[in-house]
Design a protein around this ligand. Sequence first.
Ligand code: RB5
Length: 143
Amino acid sequence: MIIAVASDHGGFELKNRVREHLKERGIKVVDLGTDSEESVDYPVYGKACAEAVASGKADLGVVCCGTGIGISIAANKVKGIRCGLCTSVEMAELTKKHNNANMIALGGRTTDPDLALQIVDRWLDTDFEGGRHQRRVDMLDEM
Ligand code: RB5
């Protein structure tokens, strides 16, 4: 499995934490930047990560900005992407079970980093439930 990660400056530190955590889990990680705390534009990085997932270059993606909001909006504009902004472990579980999220977004300025890693783990360790949720996911993918 390959997971792509990306962030703007507001999510830079958290993105690095997530990257190292994923590597510790034995997962191959592609880091699409940013590479410093210098101010950059989150749509660029949300789009890059989403395109990596949508094209199949990566299986899943994790994006971080200050709140996770802007970069999740950017990612969700790419066809085939279902990026869930998660601020709790419960949201991480439900965005996989119900939305089959192929990306999650995290807030580097709003979510404690230890909680963020628990969110990542729960999302990865939860399965999509299918059933009625498949129909709704199909509707999303047709938009
Ligand atoms: C950057 O200052 C900040 O606006 C960005 O990281 C993010 O929070 C946007 O949603």
